[in-house]
Write a protein that binds this ligand. Structure first.
Ligand SMILES: [Fe+2]
Ligand SMILES: [Fe+2]
Length: 207
């Protein structure tokens, strides 16, 4: 079935356009569309595909809230902030997003969907295939204009060399981490430990 014909996405277009600016709305739709393509390629079943696509739509639902709103939500939802979160406040939306959905859109409050959202930004060890799909789709969706994103998009879609698709996904996920870590190191910015451990684990796996 075509992405645009999926019945379970219909309501999500309205929800996300009410929550986000036009630019970021296009991004989340593009992530969901890319995630759908990856789910089909990797033969996820219909139920897991539906959850993955919904998470693709919803992943950045609190991305445009200000820092004071993020902190306010953390307080309200009882999210304990570690030093790691305080040193990388740009990742807070993966935690507040999941809780915001539970409160405001309870029909999407499903642990598989929420866990995908909780990891989409930092990544982490032992990600499921669905979690890897949204993590990668967030990076390679075609609305991204950064060179590194475009290069990884082309690597994932056009450079498979007949390789097993799960392995190819792992390689692409590793490269997404590698680009992010390289970029943050270059800037001298703090790197969230979940990103470092996810990066390290993928490096061992693809060896
Ligand atoms: Fe995000
Ligand atoms: Fe995103």
């Amino acid at each position: 079935m075509d992405f645009t014909d999926l019945e379970y996405t219909k309501e999500l277009y309205g929800i996300m356009s009410s929550e986000l600016s036009d630019g970021r709305y296009k991004h989340v739709v593009s992530v969901a569309r890319t995630a759908y393509i990856l789910c089909r390629q990797l033969s996820l079943d219909d139920e897991m595909t539906e959850k993955t696509v919904k998470a693709g739509f919803l992943h950045d639902i609190t991305r445009e809230k200000s820092m004071s709103e993020q902190l306010e939500m953390c307080k309200k939802y009882g999210i304990t902030l570690t030093d790691n979160e305080l040193k990388s406040p740009q990742v807070l939306h993966q935690l507040t997003g999941a809780e915001y959905i539970k409160e405001k859109y309870p029909s999407y409050s499903d642990e598989v969907i929420l866990d995908i959202i909780r990891k989409h930004c930092t990544g982490g060890v032992d990600m499921s295939t669905a979690e890897k799909i949204v993590f990668l789709s967030d990076y390679i969706e075609p609305e991204r204009y950064h060179e590194a994103c475009k290069r990884l998009h082309d690597f994932y879609f056009f450079d498979t060399n007949g390789e097993n698709l799960e392995n190819h996904l792992d390689k692409a996920v590793f490269l997404a981490y590698d680009n992010t870590v390289g970029h943050l190191k270059e800037k001298g910015a703090f790197i969230h430990p979940a990103t470092l451990s996810g990066w390290d684990q993928m490096r061992q796996i693809i060896k």
